[in-house]
Design a protein around this ligand. Structure first.
Ligand SMILES: [Zn+2]
Length: 303
């Protein structure tokens, strides 16, 4: 069984804010204090546990190491490898050069920043990935991140516009890494956790996120075209020839059956007032400005 990752050690979600991480760390530090006895941590090696918590906190509280650790977690999740980030770094025989991938030490490598958005109705969270990646490790990370963003980034009030920005910025990184040469193994031996670049995984078009977006946009369009005009229509009155209206001065206040108390009868409906018949005594405009059939109701207040 792989050891718990740093998020699990601290007991926070992978999209936790810095504040959440910090307050959780404080709580754990208090709980694991040598003088602090609770039933839950009876028999726990508090010193060893606290050392674990310290490493986890040190990694996650610094945005740079956190974004690198996020990449490590994502890239090692499919391989069954242990995401022991700090441990793996200490296993480097030499520090990886600025042209070598931080995960597999293949080269060339460039600095890549990818973002994953999580929309939650009223809130929005972002997981950031930043580091020195070879083409394949970066591609694996891009496919995972972009797919997840396309799936989970839309669902909130202010999320959609931000998500468009993130999708575009991830795509720009993708264009950069697509230009990169095929990764080659390091010539000077480097001991790293992952001995070859990460498997790039299924292309984006074979993942659900890419298809969700057009469906989402289509649903918005259908809503816009179909339901919104109806919503506006409902604000007006449903004029029908032969029905009657109640009025307050020259404003229509309601459409009623002519059997009920009314002020005038609708004798005709048209686009312009010239279409009104001779017995018209009043004209009401439903929408001022645009002449659509049904916009003008010709009324006879003697009926
Ligand atoms: Zn790599």
């Amino acid at each position: 069984m792989p050891p718990p990752n740093y998020y699990e050690i601290l007991g926070v979600k992978s999209d936790a804010t810095n504040k959440e991480i910090e307050s959780r760390y404080r709580a754990l530090a208090l709980e694991l204090h040598p003088d602090w006895h609770t039933e839950a941590n009876a028999g726990v090696d508090k010193r060893a546990k606290m050392a674990e918590v310290d490493v986890a906190f040190k990694t996650l509280s610094d945005p740079t190491t956190r974004s690198a650790y996020n990449g490590w977690l994502t890239l090692s999740k499919d391989s069954g490898e242990t995401p022991e980030f700090v441990k793996s770094q200490s296993k480097f025989a030499r520090a990886p050069a600025a042209t070598e991938c931080m995960f597999c030490a293949y080269s060339p490598a460039i600095e890549i920043t990818l973002k994953r958005e999580i929309g939650m109705v009223f809130r929005r969270r972002r997981i950031r990935y930043h580091g020195l990646y070879c083409r394949d490790c970066a591609m694996a990370l891009f496919r995972d991140t972009q797919n997840a963003t396309l799936l989970s980034g839309w669902w909130g009030i202010f999320c959609a516009p931000v998500n468009v920005g993130t999708v575009v910025s991830n795509y720009r990184e993708f264009k950069r890494l697509r230009e990169m040469a095929e990764p080659t193994a390091p010539t000077v031996p480097v001991t790293v956790e992952r001995v070859t670049p990460a498997p790039v995984g299924k292309p984006l078009v074979q993942r659900s996120g890419v298809w969700l977006t057009p469906i989402f946009v289509a649903a918005l369009l259908v809503y816009g075209v179909h339901y919104l005009p109806r919503a506006f229509e409902r604000q007006g009155f449903n004029y029908q020839v032969g029905a009657c209206v109640t009025m307050n001065a020259s404003d229509v206040t309601g459409v009623v059956s002519c059997a009920q108390t009314h002020n005038a009868k609708i004798v005709s409906i048209g686009a312009t007032q010239t279409e009104c018949p001779g017995d018209t005594t009043q004209i009401v405009k439903e929408h001022t400005g645009d002449a659509q059939p049904g916009d003008i109701a010709c009324l006879d207040d003697t009926q």
